[in-house]
Design a protein around this ligand. Structure first.
Ligand code: TUI
Length: 314
């Protein structure tokens, strides 16, 4: 299957794995890349040298292209941005802000830059700044989100820019894959479905929380703090939303979330921790290998799109 995204990155299938904080570490990223998609190491708030080590470990597991997601709220983002270049990482995606100030450095080094955007304005700005493609991410996604839905955002971004667009937010199976192409996207990014991959190191409790989640089991916390985050409803979200409704100070809300994602992902505390996942968690029903996930999504998607499956069979 050839699309502008497979050609740009040099991968077999137009499937990118989301750069999820704590979740997107080297085992998952390498497995996705080895299966023909683009695996991403989520730098999130990790110390820069840990990111370097993660890239090197992924390289021991696959010789295929690997990406790093630079989370722009990270005070160390600049150092991570440099490490991406030093380690010869082929692709960078970004989240939670504008990567404009790093763009020249990345472009000069030949890194393919694919910012994640949540609006048409940001997509246009990124195109002007030299982005190779954009991920248009709807509010169905897990984690930090914008306000437009995937269904409305993707075609508007496609109309607004000349670079390829990758759809994200709510995509977890062949139907979402096919729909994304109908909206004009040239690829998809999936996060939630990869959370439960066999190669994903997240705690079993977290995986079960995603697998058991139904359509309306996520909540958005932090609307009032300017950091809206979609996560699965639990004791943590109930307390947070109650405090937020009462107008609790920003510091108190931030304190509640301090280290809470780590608590859920690593310790399996899905009661007091933050279980970030998208609205498509209701579509995610079982643990599979990254290869099984990608091949199933692409095979089912291609059947719906009436595209030949030759690449998949081979
Ligand atoms: O970045 C994400 N998802 C994330 S980042 C993250 S770490 C975090 N945890 C708690 C609070 C805040 C962050 C968890 N999930 N997705 C990509 C994405 N980027 N969604 C929305 C945006 C975005 C938002 C604002 C992109 C650009 C932007 O620009 C703001 C501006 O105008 O500079």
């Amino acid at each position: 299957m050839k699309t502008a995204i497979t050609e740009l990155i040099g991968i077999k299938y137009p499937v990118i794995q989301g750069g999820m904080a704590w979740v997107a570490e080297y085992h998952l990223a390498a497995a996705v890349s080895e299966a023909g998609g683009l695996g991403i190491i989520g730098a999130a708030s990790a110390p820069p040298e840990v990111v370097r080590e993660q890239v090197r470990k992924a390289r021991e597991l696959t010789d295929k292209p690997i990406g790093v997601n630079v989370m722009l709220l990270n005070p160390n983002a600049e150092e991570v941005a440099r490490i991406v270049v030093e380690e010869g990482v082929q692709v960078v995606t970004t989240g939670a802000g504008s990567p404009a100030k790093f763009m020249d450095m990345w472009k000069k080094a030949g890194v393919k830059v694919i910012p994640v955007v949540a609006s048409v304005a940001m997509a246009k700005m990124m195109e002007r700044a030299g982005a190779d493609a954009v991920v248009a991410e709807g509010m169905e996604s897990g984690g930090h989100i914008g306000s437009a839905t995937t269904m409305t955002l993707v075609p508007q971004v496609v109309d607004a820019v000349d670079i390829p667009v990758v759809a994200a937010g709510g995509i977890a199976d062949g139907r979402g894959f096919a729909a994304s192409f109908m909206l004009g996207a040239q690829g998809v990014q999936m996060g939630t479905r990869f959370v439960v991959a066999k190669e994903s190191i997240v705690h079993e409790n977290y995986k079960q929380k995603v697998i058991k989640a139904r359509d309306i089991d996520s909540e958005v916390t932090g609307m009032s703090t300017g950091h809206p985050v979609r996560q699965i409803r639990n004791k943590m979200t109930r307390e947070y939303l109650k405090l937020e409704k009462e107008g609790a100070p920003f510091e108190q809300l931030e304190y509640l979330t301090l280290g809470s994602l780590r608590k859920a992902v690593m310790d399996g505390d899905v009661v007091n921790g933050t279980v970030m996942a998208g609205q498509c968690a209701g579509l995610v029903t079982k643990e599979q290998t990254c290869k099984e996930i990608i091949e199933e999504v692409v095979r089912d998607g291609c059947a719906l799109l009436k595209l030949p499956e030759t690449d998949i069979a081979g």
